[in-house]
Design a protein. Sequence first.
Length: 221
Amino acid sequence: MDHFSRAWSALRAAVAALAEEDFEQPSGCTGWLVRDLVCHLVIDAQDVLITLATPAAPDAAPTCDAASYWQVSDRPPTGDDPLDALTVRLAAAYQDPGLLTFHLDDVGSAAGRAAVLADPALRVETKGEVLTVADYLDAYVLEWTLHHLDLIAHLPAGAPPPPAEALAAARALLERVAGTEFPATLSDTAALLAGTGRRAPDETERAAFAAAGVRIPLSLG
């Protein structure tokens, strides 16, 4: 719960600090500008609110945890997915970046409050799966942290990075998804970026992943 709140608060603060021209910069998500990514975060926040308000049936057993919540592909997204295209059109409809920022702050604050108030042991349903609130929020630590890195990928040096504890928690969960630990020589940021295909690993990193038996990239959906 703490990692979720810190990661989400840091990401929203990073968006709030964006200059108007930053919204037209590319993000770390293939085919998306920063404005498209921020629009996606609005949709994410709505999903959090919907899921936390969708308890599973009383006798429903969990079907996944924070790691198995993620579907993994070995091919990074191309940006051609219909839902990705819809996000781009929706983001363009805002026109004024200030309206997009306001919407994220409004819905995002509500999602953050709902997460704090939710019972960690409650079972909720989303995407046809049942999992505890604790596992659902843990899964989103990875989402928030990766998208924070996406947000600042092409911004000027000095843009605030994700909190160190969020990076460490996201790495630990990605290792659970992969089923093995990543090379200890890699920083948390390098492990997340190279591990998910957000940037190509250099030769040393590629060799370290291979030695650890990790097949990359891990594309999450």
